[in-house]
Design a binder for this molecule. Structure first.
Ligand SMILES: Nc1nc2c(ncn2[C@@H]2O[C@H](COP(=O)(O)OP(=O)(O)O)[C@@H](O)[C@H]2O)c(=O)[nH]1
Ligand SMILES: [Mg+2]
Length: 332
């Protein structure tokens, strides 16, 4: 690490004890530095994150991001924990991001889960962080993207991201993953209908967890019927796996499928195309954030509030409000 620049980043809006982030510390994988960088990312100040990423992005190649999504209670955290244990046994360094307010990672779970998670959390090769920030400029998925860059630069090569598969935010998040596993449970026919529109399309693997329960075959048939109807632009046919995460069953098969996907992805054009499309989207999202950030800063909250009131009173329509902002700021 001798060639890396020693630079310190001032942070203005956070507690004094967290004012500086050491790039060197992150690159050496020091947990405190990584943790501070993740807080900076979560805080979402565009300029600060931009400076941070400038240093870390070139060093963040090679990590593999596994997205795990599904309904609350489907067993995502249990699966993530099991997978992480398997990877640690294989000498991987594992980073875990839980984007789920009900997750054990953030302390909301039953005691048993918590204890197992804590064991994992104290392992030197594992870094666990929960993410729940919403409403910041750029949104949750941008923050998750940046957090993954931090973890990758810190040497965590296998990254697991758990999200609740419900809203557009979550779809956006898993779209940044290199591979996405959708977790279902038996007897959730209606749920499948509900999440079909968003998450079913982006699943690379389907996991029927809680396969110790009745109705596995019915759920499998439903998933397969859905997959048969959705044409895919790839060499990969999403497999449907069965697991009992709470007993560690089917985890090795899931891991070997993920490995197989990774190997195929490396050499395939469709995956490169998919990555390219996502990077494109990432740039567009950042551009939108940057412009919005700039305009809002220049306009100030007062102007925005004034305009919002006028729109509320129907003195102004929202389009006219935007036009007025543009004019006041002398934008093109
Ligand atoms: N019967 C059964 N229970 C499971 C299985 N996997 C997880 N669970 C339990 O389901 C509950 C929710 O699991 P959790 O991993 O927190 O789900 P998440 O909300 O999707 O993260 C917990 O009590 C788990 O112990 C499974 O395969 N079979
Ligand atoms: Mg969870």
């Amino acid at each position: 690490m001798s060639n890396c620049k020693k630079r310190w980043y001032p942070r203005t809006q956070i507690r004094a004890s967290m004012q500086y982030v050491s790039i060197e510390g992150i690159l050496q994988g020091r947990p405190r530095a990584v943790s501070k960088a993740l807080s900076l990312v979560e805080n979402g100040d565009f300029a600060a994150v931009s400076e941070l990423l400038q240093e870390l992005y070139p060093k963040a190649a090679g990590a593999f991001v596994i997205g795990i999504t599904g309904s609350p209670g489907a067993g995502k955290s249990t699966l993530v924990e099991q997978l992480a244990q398997l990877y640690v046994q294989q000498s991987h360094r594992v980073g875990i991001l839980a984007v789920d307010p009900t997750s054990p990672f953030s302390g909301g779970a039953i005691l048993g889960d918590r204890i197992r998670m804590q064991e994992l959390a104290t392992h030197p090769d594992v870094f666990i962080r929960s993410f729940a920030t919403r409403g910041k400029l750029g949104g949750l998925s941008a923050a998750v993207d940046d957090a993954l860059v931090v973890l990758a630069a810190a040497g965590y090569e296998t990254l697991l991201v758990e999200t609740v598969g419900v809203g557009q935010d979550e779809v956006d998040i898993v779209q940044t993953a290199d591979v996405t596993a959708v977790v279902l449970v038996p007897g959730m026919g209606d749920d499948i209908q509900a999440i079909k529109a968003g998450i079913m399309e982006i699943g690379d693997l389907f996991v029927i967890n809680k396969a110790d329960r009745d109705g596995v075959q019915k759920t499998r048939a439903e998933v397969e019927a859905h997959l048969a109807l959705s044409p895919r632009d790839s060499d990969w046919t999403p497999p449907v796996l069965e697991t009992v995460a709470s007993q560690g069953k089917g985890i090795a098969e899931l891991e070997s499928m993920l490995t197989r996907f990774r190997a195929l992805a490396r050499s395939s054009d469709w995956w490169k195309q998919r990555r390219l499309e996502r990077q494109r989207q990432r740039i567009i999202d950042l551009l939108r954030t940057r412009i919005l950030d700039d305009v809002v800063k220049r306009a100030g909250n007062l102007t925005l509030d004034t305009l919002a009131k006028q729109v509320g009173l129907r003195e102004l329509d929202p389009y006219a409000a935007v036009e007025r902002l543009y004019k006041d700021l002398s934008l093109p």
